[in-house]
Each structure stands twice: as C-alpha cells, then as structure tokens.
Design a protein around this ligand. Structure first.
Ligand SMILES: Nc1ncnc2c1ncn2[C@@H]1O[C@H](COP(=O)(O)OP(=O)(O)O)[C@@H](O)[C@H]1O
Ligand SMILES: O=P(O)(O)OC[C@H]1O[C@](O)(COP(=O)(O)O)[C@@H](O)[C@@H]1O
Ligand SMILES: [Mg+2]
Length: 439
C-alpha cells in the first residue's frame, strides 16, 4: 500500500539562491488553479479511498506540487545541463527538448545546455558520440518535426561510465526524456551519483507512447498517437463496408497496455471488437471471437477489429526473445488471427474479404498536435523548476490537472494498464457492443 514516504522526492540540498522566478511565484497561494509550494496534492481522490486509509490528514499519501520555487539550489550562472532522449519514439520529444532549453535560458538564465546523442549509448565516451550545444536558436523550430533531434537508442549501458562522463563534462543536471526503462536507468545513474557523493541532479520527463507509466497521468504524445491510429481505423471501416464480408484487423502498438487501442477505438465508433493485453479472449465457443465475428458480419455486413500488439499472446507460442533493452519481443498475433479468421469463414462457407492495417511506427513518428505540444511545454517547464530547485531521482507528471513531482522508484515499481474493472474498458464495451466476456 502506498505511503507518504513512497512519495517523498529526494533533494540534493537546501535551496538558498533567490529564484529568478520569485517575482512570478510571489504571493501566489493555493487555489483551484494553482498549488502553493508548501501545499501537497492528494494521491487518493474519493472520500471512500481517503477514509479507508484511516490515518490523520498529514499522514495521507500526497505528492509534492510541481512548479517554480522562491529559492533554488543551482546557481544559473555556473550551471551546466545535459539532455538525453532514450527508448522508442513518441510525438512531442522535440517539444520537450525545446521547452527545457527555452525555460532554462529565458527564465533562469542558464546558458549552458548540451544534448547527448542516441540515448544512454551516446553518454558513454567510448561510443564516440559528440555532445550538441542546445541554444535557443538551435531548438527554435524543432517542435515542428517528429522524432527527436538528439536521436535515441535501446540497450544497456554502465551507469558508472555515464557518471564518469557527467563528471568529465561538468554536468550539474541531467534531464532524461524516456520511458520506464530509461527511468530505471536514470535511477541507477542517480544511485551511482549518490554513492560518489556528487551533487548532480537527475530529473525525468516520462515518455511512453503506450501510456504505460503509472502515477503520472496521461503521457505526452499519447493523444497525438491515438488520433493517428484512429485514422487507420476509419480507413478500415471504409474498406470493409465496400467489400463483401469485409473484416479488417487494425494492429496498433501496446506491448502490455491497450490504451492506444481503447482510445483510438473510442475516437470514432468504427470498431466492432477491441482486443487488448489486459483482457483475455477465446477464439472458439459461442462467446469466442470467431463466432461473434461471423455473427457481426452476417448482421451488419462487415466488422473492424482493433488489436493491440500484446493482446492474445496466450493463444500463440510463447516467445522468449527480448530486445536490446530486455523488452519482450511479442509473437505475431495479427498474422495468427488473420489465418484463424480466414479458415473459420471458409469452414462456415461465409464470404470474407480480409483487410489488414498496421499503422505501426507511423503513429509515433509524427509531430505532436497542438494539445500535446502545450502539454510537453508545461511538463518540461515543471521539470526545469524541479531540477533548478535541486530535486533529483524524480519525474514530472500531471494527475487530474495538477502538475506533480514523483520519485522515480515509485513510478518504476509498477506499470499502468487498462483495468478490466475500470471505466475506460466499460466505455469501450459500450461503444463497440462487444460482449463483457469473450472467454
Ligand atoms: N531495468 C533497467 N535498468 C537500467 N537501465 C535500463 C533498464 N531498462 C532499460 N534501461 C535502459 O534505458 C534505455 C531505454 O530503455 P527502453 O526499455 O529501450 O525504452 P523506454 O525507456 O522507452 O522504456 C536503454 O538504454 C536501456 O538500456
Ligand atoms: O521497434 P521498437 O523501437 O522496439 O518499438 C516498438 C515498441 O515500442 C513501444 O512503442 C513502446 O516502447 P517504449 O517503452 O520505448 O515507449 C511499443 O509499443 C512497441 O512495441
Ligand atoms: Mg518501455
């Protein structure tokens, strides 16, 4: 069970320097739209959840509020900041890089910001990647492009060698834009820094196209990505309606979490079935996918299946392969379903026109939409405020419209997935009219 201790963010020391933003923060106090720096944000958000804790108010689990402080830890004139992007791509990476640089430069007067190329690999000197000077001019329009101007990578690196490089380059703060794996890596780097008694801060801006990092609210770029995926679902609907016995499978990303599938399906009402890793389904039997699909096509003429890549892995031979970072390489559920559906329709003597859509990388390589750009900027600003105030081993997030600072060990201790008992999955069932249980 989560405790207040789990949510305490580590500091490098006492902040003694007047913040250049002190005037902005000035007399601001908590109100509906702002959280004062001494206030904290509740973890629980219903009366029953709070009552069930059975502890006094001051012991309730609460988050530190994100945002500027009156005093900061690092002297802007002598502070050097490094930025790195790691793991898979996600819309908005360049917006985050740009906003970090602009916030540091414009508001804090930090003129020395450098970028490491190709993730943690580029931080290990022997790998030979140059650092890039990130000036306001350099980052001016990078938000218009997808991907990351710094490049990214997967694969393990030695935290000791990374800390050696930070020391050699005189980096005071490392900003890590990455996913769950990157944050585990960031924590290890932070632990090595602490072991050596150094005052280097590490602050993360969590990136996950799958929206699978817990406690941070919705991840940036997710909304852009599912909107792009929804375009393929719409195209699939057009195709199957024109065909005789049209059935489409639209496979979207989502290794262990089906958020993209759920949101993309909800974005329009074109999906008949949504298959996600969190909810098991059977192929056979009256309530299995094959008979339900056959019935849907007989009744409505066509059907669209939105398939998260991690769904139905129990139906195909297990793969023990992993990628360079140790992430599971999944079996081909889409190919398996295509075969099974084709055979089943043939056995029933039912006409079938099968269409397969795989928007794949196209959904994560696009630039962020306007809403995500705003979100990226605000997350980056929050991360810079925390970093300049000497916070470390933490990530920023936005829970129920409040920006929060969250310890990395808290976000890496679990993962975020679609709850079969939650209201998101209920909405999906309502919108698709797929049965409550397909197993
Ligand atoms: N458990 C871990 N401990 C330390 N570093 C990790 C861990 N998992 C991943 N990393 C490192 O973080 C980087 C990105 O991880 P990866 O899983 O590929 O992407 P993401 O951060 O998007 O989840 C890689 O360089 C990888 O080696
Ligand atoms: O081919 P890659 O780069 O390994 O990426 C594919 C995978 O990365 C993901 O986008 C998630 O990766 P991250 O943890 O890096 O965000 C999955 O949905 C997808 O299966
Ligand atoms: Mg990951």
């Amino acid at each position: 069970m989560v405790t207040l201790d789990d949510l305490q963010v580590r500091s490098l020391g006492t902040s003694t320097i007047d913040s250049p933003l002190a005037l902005y923060v000035g007399g601001r106090e908590t109100n509906e739209y702002y959280v004062g720096e001494t206030d904290r944000i509740l973890y629980d958000d219903t009366l029953e959840l709070i009552a069930a804790r059975g502890v006094p108010l001051e012991e309730l689990p609460t988050f530190e509020a994100g945002g500027p402080r009156r005093k900061i830890f690092f002297d802007p004139a002598t502070t050097r900041v490094g930025v790195v992007t790691c793991g898979g791509l996600c819309p908005g990476l360049n917006d985050v890089i740009r906003a970090i640089v602009l916030e540091l430069d414009t508001h804090y007067g930090v003129r020395d910001v450098v970028g490491f190329q190709h993730g943690y690999a580029g931080m290990v000197e022997s790998n030979g990647h140059e650092i890039v000077s990130l000036t306001p001019e350099y980052v001016a329009r990078i938000n218009e492009r997808g991907g990351t101007i710094l490049g990214s990578s997967r694969g393990a690196q030695d935290p000791g060698l990374i800390v050696d490089r930070l020391v050699e380059l005189g980096i005071d703060i490392l900003m890590v834009i990455g996913g769950d794996g990157s944050m585990r890596g960031a924590h290890n780097i932070g632990a090595e820094i602490e072991r050596r008694g150094l005052t280097i801060g590490i602050v993360g801006v969590p990136k996950t196209i799958d929206n699978d990092i817990p406690h941070i609210g919705q991840s940036f770029g997710f909304s852009t990505a599912f909107a792009k995926a929804a375009e393929s679902i719409k195209a699939a609907r057009v195709e199957v309606e024109a065909a005789v016995g049209g059935v489409a499978i639209v496979k979207v990303m989502g290794r262990h979490a089906g958020f993209i599938a759920c949101y993309a399906a909800l974005a329009n009402h074109d999906a008949d079935f949504v298959l996600i890793p969190e909810v098991q389904f059977s192929l056979d039997g009256d309530n299995g996918l094959l008979s339900l699909l056959s019935r849907r096509v007989r009744e409505r003429g066509s059907a669209v299946i939105v398939l998260a890549e991690g769904a139905g892995q129990d139906l195909i031979p297990a793969s023990d392969r992993t990628d360079a970072s140790g992430n599971a390489v999944l079996g081909d559920i889409a190919g398996f379903l295509r075969d099974q559906i084709t055979k089943d329709f043939a056995n029933r003597g039912q006409a079938l026109t099968m269409r397969y859509f795989n928007p794949g990388y196209a959904i994560r390589s696009v630039p962020a939409d306007a809403s995500d750009s705003v979100y990226c900027t605000r997350l980056a600003q929050t991360a810079v405020h925390a970093a300049m105030a000497g916070r470390t081993d933490m990530v920023v997030g936005r829970r129920r419209h409040r920006f929060v600072n969250v310890p990395i060990p808290f976000v890496t201790s679990g993962s975020h997935s679609v709850s079969p008992d939650g209201d998101l999955w209920l909405s999906v069932l309502e919108s698709t009219a797929q049965p409550f249980s397909m197993s």
